[in-house]
Every structure is written in structure tokens, then in C-alpha cells.
Design a protein around this ligand. Sequence first.
Ligand code: ADP
Ligand code: ZN
Length: 541
Amino acid sequence: TTQPLDDTSSEALQVLHRVFGYDSFRGEQQDIIETVVGGGDALVLMPTGGGKSLCYQIPALVRSGVGVVISPLIALMQDQVDALTALGVRAGFLNSTQDYEQRREVEQAFLSGELDLLYLAPERLRVEQTVRLLDQGKISLFAIDEAHCVSQWGHDFRPDYLMLSELHERWPDVPRIALTATATEATHREIATRLNLAEAKHFVASFDRPNIQYRIVPKDNPQRQLLDLLRTEHAGDAGIVYCLSRNSVEKTATFLTQNGIEAVPYHAGLDSRMRAKHQSRFLREDGLVVVATIAFGMGIDKPDVRFVAHLDLPKSVEGYYQETGRAGRDGLPSTAWLAYGLQDVVQQRKMIDTSEGDAAHRRRLGTHLDAMLALCETVQCRRQQLLAYFGQTGAVGRGMNATQDGEPCGNCDTCLTPPESWDGTIAAQKLLSTVYRLQHERNQKFGAGQVIDILLGKVTPKVSQFRHDELTVFGIGTELKDTEWRGVVRQLLAQRLLAVEGDYGTLLLTDDSAEVLGRRRDVMMRREPERVGRSSRSSGG
Ligand code: ADP
Ligand code: ZN
């Protein structure tokens, strides 16, 4: 005979078998479920695809009453409810997309105890009627999905989430479980504080996604580079391509289609019918590529997304991690590919400089961007750096590329084709002194293009116009090519030895620049290796 299981775990296990058809729990699911079934609060940090849903669905089925799930993903509620209904779970939702009749029906079912799970948009709780409704029924638990939306520090803040701190005061006996796939220390702490989860048990899973191969390449001709990648490594695969603007989404989707790759656009400018259509095609068809702004993907559960490509730099490491995390939920090898260039930095700086909000907010955005740049320019294992950002050092490689704690992963571009690092001190001095001379001898500010033309000694109309060929630094940098100088600029930006501002991306010295100019500091730089994979180097640029 087997060891006797206590009631909680045996009941939860039965539900896992009977309702969901799975053999065993994954990771910490069982502990989490037992905590909530036992009436305790839980804060769950688990990567996308880790299996968060069962952590509240099973307790909702085991405990008596209705499990109330707060989720910002209104567009997905119907799908979630349909999926549960298909399993024989009694589920419903209340959100702004319903008419009066539909809402009444769900409310009736809730009141008469005919529901196991009720999905609610957070803004519903602002409506007194909803609160009264909840008071009249029996609630088994509150699940707060996408809990990072409560964090003002994070990238996805939703003001309505702040009200969720009141759940505990109003329903002190109802256990709460907050779940998120965002895991920086700061967000973690903020969720615990803002949601009043002081007593909660914390469950932090490893954020490593060993089957995802991380690659970050310098941008020259992004659409061509993307096409290369898709043709050589991902022919016929489903994937997501992220672009920053609606315009580039449209253009890229058209470009792919013209080149024989089935691709559809997705962004907030499309009408909702079109968006829903493209989303459901992506979920149901094989090998469709969605080109999208980051409006696409939150909560989308498609297991066989083989690649996520970024044609523009994400605004933060959190965003990058979440977006790339949509690849390979089925555990099979997948690619996270990002092309990034100097123009991205210029553009994002500009967006930060002109963003609404106070100085502290802009500083925060700047910190996010800096961390993202550092990830792009690292000569170390990308995975290590990514996990270190989430406070998970030594967590690399528990999966298919098992390595010792803290060792490089073997499944990212810097591990597979290590970039050489080279002593860029002299190059840095040349570039910074050009910026210095423009600023101090001429009282001028210029972008990277002009600074590099000066270093290369190019007599362009603009160089002649400003008599930049008379500067002592004119032509002192011919040992590097234009693209290499762009790499130098990016890396100086990433190391905060140089700053960029304004509409034209003008370059400025920073407090630390003086250390390089004064030869008190060496600057190591990354030399780009030949591309990973079979893709050929594209021309143009
Ligand atoms: P998350 O919400 O963390 O992104 P999901 O809850 O959507 O993840 O789960 C991801 C996938 O893993 C789903 O297809 C789910 O059915 C599956 N899954 C979750 N738990 C288990 C388990 N114990 N055994 C097998 N499959 C599971
Ligand atoms: Zn690595």
C-alpha cells in the first residue's frame, strides 16, 4: 500500500486526474494548492507556461463556494470559460462586453451556488452592485491574476488593481492567491505590500526557460534579417514578431506576406473584429506568424509558438522576458530573437524625455531602458544576465542544458558563439573627445551619424557646412568601419559613458565620460561574432 495522503492533497490530486486529466503536479503546484485549500494566502511567482491557472482552479473546486478570479484580460475570459466548461467546470464571467441579460444570468448562477469559478475584470469591483452581489454569495477564494498590474514600478500598471487591497478587509476569511509571471525583487515586494499579503506564503519558481534560445543581433536591415531567420530556421513555424509602432507592424506583415510567409498584423488601431479574427487564427492554425505591437499576447496560451522576434528594442527587461516567454510553452526548442540598433536607443530616450509623469517616473523608465541595453551589450551569457536581473543567480540550466550553478547556459548567442571582447578604450576616447570638442569648441550638439562621419573623415555636405573638417579630431577614427563605430556608441550608451537626448538623438557626455577622457578608466567592448545559426549575413544596411 502507499502512504496515506492527507485529505487535502488526495482530493486535489483526484481533481487533477478527474477534471484536468493530468498525472501529477508540476513544480510547486501541490504546495500552493494545499496552502489555499487550507485557507491560507499565497503569492505565486511563476514564469509563463508554468501552470499558474491550476493553482487557483483546483482549490476553487475543492473548497466550497465560488472562486472569484480577478483578471485584466477581458478579451480572454470567454475563451477561459469555454475551456473550463469543456472540462465540466462550471464557470462564468462578468465584464463590460456583456449585455444586461447575460450579466443577470451569471449573477443568478453565482447566487444559487451553480458556479465553481467567476472571472471578474478589476473595474467591476468599483461598482457597488458587484460588491453587494459578492456579499450575497459564498466565495471560496480570490485569485488575483497578473498581480504585477498593481505595481507602479512595473511596466503594466492598472489603477483598478490598487482597490484589490480592500478584498482582505471586506472578506477577511476568504483566502487570496496572487499570481504573476513578473519577478523582479521590487515588483515582488510591491505586490506583497499593496495587496496586503503580509501573511501570505511566497512561492517563487525558477524563471529559467531552458528551451528558449536567446539571441540579440545588431540591426542592419531588420526585415531582411528577420526573413533570413524565418526561412533558414523557422520555415512553417508559428511565431510572434513584435514591432514598436502600428505602422511598422503593418509594413512588416506586408513584407513577410510578399515574401511567401503567412503573416497577419495585430495592433490597437485595427477594429476589434479584425483583432479577434487574427488572434483566433493564430491560436487555431498551424504556422501562422502574427506581427504585433505589445498589445498582443498577454494571456495567450498557444503551446507551440516556435519563435518570438523583436524588431525594436523592448522598453524593459520585464517586458522582454514576458514577450519572449510566449515562445516554447510546450518545452520544445524555441528562439527568442531581437534585432537592436542605435536608433532604438535614440527613439526610446526621446519617448522617455517626452513621456507624461514626473521626473521620478522618467528616471524609472530610464533605469528600465539601461537594464535592457546592458542585456543587449553583455559579453556574458544572456540567460545568466536575465536571471540575475530577476534576482535568480545560479538558477541557470536546471532543464535541458543542465550545468553547474552559475555556469553559462550553452543555449544563447553569447554562449554558442562567444563575442570577442576588445579593448575599446582608445576608440571610446576618440569618440568622446569628438563629442567634447563639438560641445565645447563649437557649442554644438550632433547625433551619432555626424560624429561618426567626423571620425571617419568623410566630407559630406553637412560636414562642410559646419566646417567640421577643420576639427582636430576630423578623420582620426579610420581604423573602424561605420558599423563598428555605431557599436561603440551603443556600448558607451549601455555603460552610461555617453547619453543621448532629443528629437535628433544628440550625443552628450555624462559624469563618467571624464574618467575615460582622463584615461582613468578602460573600456572593454563587445565585438560582434558571425551570426548564430545558418542564416547568412544580409547585405544592405
Ligand atoms: P501560466 O498561467 O502559468 O502561463 P497555464 O496555467 O496556462 O500557465 O499552464 C500552461 C500549460 O501547462 C497549460 O496547457 C496547462 O494545461 C499545462 N499544465 C499545467 N499544470 C500541469 C500539470 N500538472 N501537468 C500537465 N500539464 C499542466
Ligand atoms: Zn548562455
